[in-house]
Design a binder for this molecule. Structure first.
Ligand code: SAH
Length: 225
């Protein structure tokens, strides 16, 4: 059983990632280690290593492995990096990052998903990931600044708090565009003078970035631990 999963992972890395140009050895090794089948609902485990996104319940999806790998590699994660993810979902992307860097903070809007991801990541031993439930539009100010920020839901504009919470030289990757169509995966790099450079990376399709209820001008994120 275990070796079946290992060979499914090895095959995914060779066919879906290396063959399509993912080169960073550390990133490829992280994909060899994270048990993707643990991040999908039970009825989806047979499909866990398929070359596509999968539903994780509540209308949300776990992204296609290649997209997770492409975004991860584009962030140029270093062992001492501190990374923020907006859109925890299943926690898979956070687990991949946790294999590569010192600390990962991740914010999820939907309480059930945040709780499930937190529990799953604990169970799998990812103690360097912190999950917070709230609207990621305001980032996670108490944990800033970050070396890199990744948004895994499609926004129509760059949330200003996210560039504010980046270190100088830091990178923000997010899909920008209409929620019901294709979006442009975009890399924003914060320059030393505080300005930003924006570069389109590829065309993608993500679930929409939603806004939390904000009856007092913005929802506050709250750690689950
Ligand atoms: N990274 C995830 C996939 C994310 S799907 C994984 O590896 O499984 C996008 C997620 O973004 C969904 O779980 C959705 O609930 C969440 N989301 C949407 N808008 C959000 C917001 N404003 N703040 C935080 N999370 C948000």
């Amino acid at each position: 059983m275990n070796s079946d999963r290992e060979s499914a992972r090895e095959q995914m890395v060779a066919v879906q990632l290396e063959a399509r140009g993912i080169r960073d050895r550390r990133v490829l090794d992280a994909f060899r280690r994270v048990p993707r089948e643990c991040f999908v609902p039970e009825e989806g485990t047979a499909e866990a290593y398929g070359d596509h996104a999968l539903p994780i319940g509540l209308g949300q999806t776990i992204s296609q492995p290649y997209i997770v790998a492409f975004m991860t590699e584009s962030l140029r994660p270093k062992p001492d990096s501190h990374i923020l993810e907006i859109g925890t979902g299943s926690g898979y992307q956070a687990a991949v990052l946790a294999e590569l860097v010192e600390e990962v903070d991740t914010v999820e809007l939907v309480p059930e998903l945040a709780e499930q991801a937190e529990e799953r990541l604990r169970r799998l031993g990812y103690n360097n990931v912190h999950v917070s439930q709230g609207d990621g539009y305001s980032g996670w100010p108490q944990k800033a600044p970050f070396d890199a920020i990744l948004v895994t839901a499609a926004a129509e504009e760059v949330p200003p708090a996210l560039t504010e919470q980046l270190k100088e030289g830091g990178k923000l990757i997010l899909p920008i565009g209409a929620p019901d169509g294709c979006q442009e995966l975009t890399m924003v790099t914060k320059r030393e003078d505080g300005g930003c450079e924006t570069k389109p990376l590829m065309s993608v399709r993500f679930v929409p970035f939603q806004r939390g209820k904000s009856d007092c001008g913005g929802s506050q994120t709250e750690g689950l631990e």
